[in-house]
Design a protein around this ligand. Structure first.
Ligand code: ATP
Length: 308
């Protein structure tokens, strides 16, 4: 039995370029791995089977569309294993369709878990390539830490970070579809008259002030540099998120933004005690389903030590 722990991400910068001819957007995407984890446990089985527990388990598909199952099959095919045998159990703490790349995290965890269970010793660079085939956010879940993603987000460069930052995540009831949020972003750009195509919108780039804030470990500077070009679209689709953002800011957060495509909201705190207080205030505010205080950056998908 192999258990792999894998973190969620928040985008501390999500710059969205115009719509490309292939249907994707160019992104300047600074991924930040935070201490909210799914665990994927692989045990020998017949075929690829799945189970899932956790508050959002009912929304997780248990068929071949699950990214963990797709990862197991892709790894098996890469090594020419005709008939992969594995049962994958997902202990899910990352909100589903929450803008924290939980499905991608499970795909990355399944690659690492099956690699260990089947004794394949696949080089890390190959795992990264397989991860990129599964989806734009999957390679980062393998890498962890903080990284700049370019292209669709799948071309990654690790970024230097000093120290630890303290975060609070406010989980909403129900998810938001990532493609729907990108479509709304395009629609809002058309409505504003700026145009939404790759010819209309400049290709985004990483913000030097944000990179300096990460490198210096200064939470106030990072808070000032947080940006998410999908936030207006997420708020248009879920106006109640404005109340969540306001509640966290009133409770003392030094920075607040929608995480990725939402609806999870992310708050930066000045220290661990402030994060605990902000999480308690958000829970009491009734503007979210749950609030979790945590920290980051944390490491990417890795095999957990067996429990005693
Ligand atoms: P992202 O931030 O990468 O856009 P997200 O966090 O908003 O993603 P996910 O939780 O990754 O959203 O799930 C999006 C959809 O993917 C779900 O609604 C579900 O149908 C499907 N899915 C496939 N595999 C998984 C998985 N292992 N866990 C959760 N959802 C999965």
């Amino acid at each position: 039995m192999i258990t792999v722990r894998v973190p969620a991400k928040v985008n501390v910068q999500l710059g969205v370029g115009g719509l490309r001819a292939d249907g994707f957007h160019d992104l300047a995407n600074v991924f930040f791995a935070v201490g909210l984890f799914d665990e994927v446990t692989a045990t020998p089985g017949e075929g690829v089977t799945l189970s899932c527990t956790g508050p959002d388990a009912a929304s997780v598909p248990l068929d071949d569309t699950n990214l963990a199952a797709r990862a197991a099959r892709l790894l098996a095919a890469h090594h020419g294993l005709g008939d992969p045998g594995v049962h994958l159990h997902i202990a899910k703490a990352i909100p589903v369709a929450g803008g924290m790349a939980g499905g991608s995290a499970d795909g990355a965890a399944a690659l690492v878990a099956c690699d260990a269970l089947w004794g394949l010793d696949t080089p890390f660079d190959t795992l990264l390539e397989l991860a990129a085939e599964l989806g734009s956010d999957v390679p980062f879940a393998l890498l962890g830490g903080v990284a700049l993603g370019r292209g669709r987000g799948e071309i990654l460069d690790a970024l230097p970070v000093a120290g630890t930052f303290h975060w609070v995540f406010a989980v909403a009831d129900g998810g938001l579809s990532t493609p729907a949020v990108f479509r709304e972003c395009d629609r809002l750009r058309e409505e504003a008259g700026t145009g939404s195509s790759a010819a209309d919108v400049p290709t985004p780039d990483a913000d030097p002030a944000l990179l300096a804030a990460l490198a210096s470990g200064d939470p106030v500077a990072l808070a000032a540099a947080l940006t998410n070009d999908l936030q207006a679209a997420a708020l248009a689709l879920r106006p109640s998120l404005a109340d969540t953002l306001a509640a966290g800011t009133e409770a003392g957060a030094i920075g607040a933004l929608v995480s990725g495509s939402g609806p999870t909201c992310a708050f930066l705190a000045k220290d661990a005690d402030a994060a605990t207080a902000i999480a308690a205030a958000l829970t009491a505010s009734g503007t979210c389903r749950a609030a979790h205080a945590t920290h980051g950056p944390v490491r990417g998908a890795e095999v957990s030590a067996p429990r005693p």
